[in-house]
Design a protein around this ligand. Structure first.
Ligand code: FMN
Length: 194
């Protein structure tokens, strides 16, 4: 039986982004478990702001199709969001919205979200760790038909949360991340058997 395939990405492309560091920590944790991990950055998938006139005129942008293929191929997503004014940054929401417009790849039907598993996390230098954005992200992914796991992490004080190896230095946070990843791999493996 094949190992579950898990796609990990962050909602920021800022150099030194906390959400990228957090996504790296998830990818590193998952790499030691029984799964195949793909770590991407949205910087490699540039997209115009969602505009239905543009969609009508030019169709789905190549980057949205590429992302939709990736989402479709994987059993689960790990999405780490920053918090902008209590919600998702436009980069992440825009990518999610464009991918939601893709239902086929030529003759092949694509289901980038429906019934897939997701693990969500947020990070911020504030003490709340972007919890509000995390709640919004969960809502959107559930709305798109994903099974979002209850295990989640809002990583506060992100500027001092990582050690030199890029691992979470706090015992509690490292434990939460480990537990969440284990749960994701277990559920993805079970779903693969069904
Ligand atoms: C427009 C804007 C709004 C922001 N709003 C919040 C906020 O509501 N809560 C918060 O904790 N941080 C907020 N921040 C700070 C970001 O959390 C901070 O820039 C963070 O480093 C961005 O995530 P990243 O490191 O993954 O790029 C905001 C930043 C910007 C640019």
């Amino acid at each position: 039986m094949r190992k579950p395939a898990i796609l990990v990405f962050a909602g920021s492309i800022r150099s030194g982004a906390f959400s990228q560091q957090t996504a790296d920590a998830y990818a590193a944790q998952l790499a030691g478990m029984e799964c195949e991990v793909t770590r991407i950055t949205l910087a490699d998938y540039p997209l115009p702001i969602m505009d239905e006139d543009l969609e009508e005129e030019k169709g789905i942008p190549e980057s949205a199709l590429k992302l939709a293929r990736l989402f479709d191929h994987h059993d689960a997503l790990v999405v780490v969001t920053p918090e902008y004014n209590g919600s998702l940054p436009p980069l992440l929401k825009n990518a999610i919205d464009w991918v939601s417009r893709v239902s086929s790849d030529g003759d092949k039907p694509l289901a980038p979200y429906r019934d897939k598993l997701a693990l969500v996390a947020s990070s911020s230098n504030g003490i709340m760790g972007g919890y509000s954005a995390l709640t919004h992200l969960r809502h959107i992914l559930v709305r798109l038909g994903m099974q979002v796991l209850s295990e989640q992490m809002a990583l506060g004080k992100a500027g001092s949360a990582f050690n030199d190896m890029g691992r979470l230095s706090g015992e509690r946070e490292a434990g939460m991340l480990e537990k969440a990843c284990r749960s994701l791999v277990e559920k993805a493996t079970l779903l693969g058997r069904a």
